[in-house]
Write a protein that binds this ligand. Structure first.
Ligand code: NAP
Ligand code: GDD
Length: 383
């Protein structure tokens, strides 16, 4: 008998990688997707199976974390062995604009799932993974952060996730449920949403190098994050639910890097050297050199002449529109518990992550360049 998993947030970055991973392991995967006026399943289209097909491995259901009845009915129908609650309004900056909705979806949404499992009498059958976050540490009280580090959330998103974290612990203790938190540090990939900083950078660097964007505007260049690859992190989610006992785990690489350095690494992937000068809001990044051989290898000879004209030009600037009212300056996790108890080991380091994201974005930009030649309008999103 195949195990049955229900993934909320299956159309997101982690949902897509996790669905693929579980299907490969022989699971039948059910996913909650939101109704949207346009198709929103790009990330899982390669896994999609038409509803008329028999013995499907992937089955999608319309739903929303703000709708208790929908959640309860879906869990009743699916009778999952494992629920991975990945759905969330996951953008920290946007949570300052939509605090009430964020609390409802990211905080109370988790309660709705736990309570549905309890009311349906599934507490001994269904294991629950809650997508908790290093944002809980916010204004960090200890370096590096581990499972016992006190939380100090710094955004409506993080405060909502704090509720979700503790309600998961409470249901575990009160009703003896197999409910666990993965406290995941930032994880990225070619599937990362375009407005998170790493993807915004790899996408913009590819576009600048290939001549379809002039500038990259960023916020806090000094913010430091512990970045890993989403492919490694979904393996940890699975491992957490395979343990005999439920518990909470930090998933991180143990290395932290500044946003500015991520920008440098992204340009370096294409053989371009960037230097930063100035401070605070006046800080700028200027291209100071190009390794032509490497550029040709990574981006193609046809773009080299245009790329050479970038040397001496400013291509990165700070825009305070991207600052947050309260910032999280530094995150660095201690993954000792997950490495020891789960046997989890990441395969990607930061250079390998940057390489993977740049390879994918350069490929994408090349397609766009061709479309542009055909007269298509190319939009510039700076968000
Ligand atoms: P993501 O790419 O933003 O995906 C979020 C998913 O949630 C999408 O499928 C989205 O649907 C769905 N969603 C949003 N609001 C919903 C609602 N009200 N009802 C139902 N579905 C809803 O996020 P991710 O990077 O994959 O992260 C997955 C989870 O891990 C999130 O809970 C996030 O907060 C948490 N987390 C992420 C990281 C990280 O670095 N990536 C680190 C720690 C924790 P649409 O596709 O329709 O928008
Ligand atoms: N998004 C964005 N855009 N961030 C910028 C920019 C910019 O132009 N410029 C600088 N930053 C800084 C942010 O201020 C933040 O300090 C850092 O880059 C990372 O921002 P994001 O990539 O938006 O991620 P996040 O750390 O706020 O949140 C992500 O990771 C959390 C785990 O720690 C999200 O995936 C959350 O859902 C997740 O919980």
């Amino acid at each position: 008998m195949s195990k049955i998993a229900l993934i909320t947030g299956i159309t997101g970055q982690d949902g897509a990688y996790l669905a693929e991973y579980l299907i490969k392991k022989g699971y039948i995967v059910h996913g909650m997707k939101r109704r949207s006026s346009l198709f929103n399943t790009d990330r899982i289209d390669h896994l999609y199976q038409c509803p008329h097909q028999k013995e499907r491995k992937l089955i999608l259901h319309y739903g929303d974390l703000t709708d208790s009845m929908n959640i309860t009915r879906m869990i009743q129908e699916v009778q999952p062995d494992e629920i991975y609650n990945l759905a969330a309004m996951s953008h920290v900056k946007v949570s300052f604009d939509t605090p009430e909705y964020t609390a409802n979806a990211d905080g109370i949404g988790t309660l709705r799932i736990l309570e549905a499992v309890r009311l349906l009498g599934l507490t001994q059958k269904t294991r629950i993974y809650q997508a908790s976050t290093s944002e809980l540490y916010g204004l960090v009280q200890e370096i590096p952060q581990k499972e016992t580090t006190p939380f100090y959330p710094r955004s409506p998103y993080a405060v909502a996730k704090l509720y979700a974290y503790w309600i998961t612990v409470n249901y575990r203790e009160a009703y003896n449920m197999h409910a666990s938190n993965g406290i995941l540090f930032n994880h990225e990939s070619p599937l990362r949403g375009e407005t998170f900083v790493t993807r915004k950078i790899t996408r913009a660097v590819s576009r600048i190098a290939l001549g379809i964007q002039d500038m990259l505007f960023l916020g806090n260049l000094g913010a430091q994050r512990d970045w890993g690859h989403a492919k490694d992190y979904v393996r940890a989610m699975y491992l957490i639910l395979q343990q005999q006992e439920p518990s909470d785990y930090v998933i991180a690489t143990g290395i932290t890097t500044a946003v500015r350095e991520f920008v440098r690494m992204a340009f370096e992937e294409l053989g371009m050297e960037i230097a930063f000068y100035g401070e605070g809001i006046d800080e700028k990044g200027k291209i100071v050199g190009i390794d032509e051989k490497l550029f040709i290898e990574k981006a193609g000879e046809e773009c080299l002449e245009d790329a050479k004209t970038l040397v001496g030009k400013e291509v990165v600037a700070v825009d305070k529109a991207y600052f947050r009212p309260t910032e999280v300056d530094l995150l660095i996790g201690d993954p000792t518990k997950s490495k020891t108890l789960l046997g989890w080991q990441p395969e990607y380091d930061l250079p390998a992550l940057v390489k993977d994201m740049m390879r994918s974005d350069v490929k994408e930009v090349k397609k766009i360049t061709l479309l542009k030649k055909e007269g298509y309008r190319v939009l510039n999103y700076f968000e």
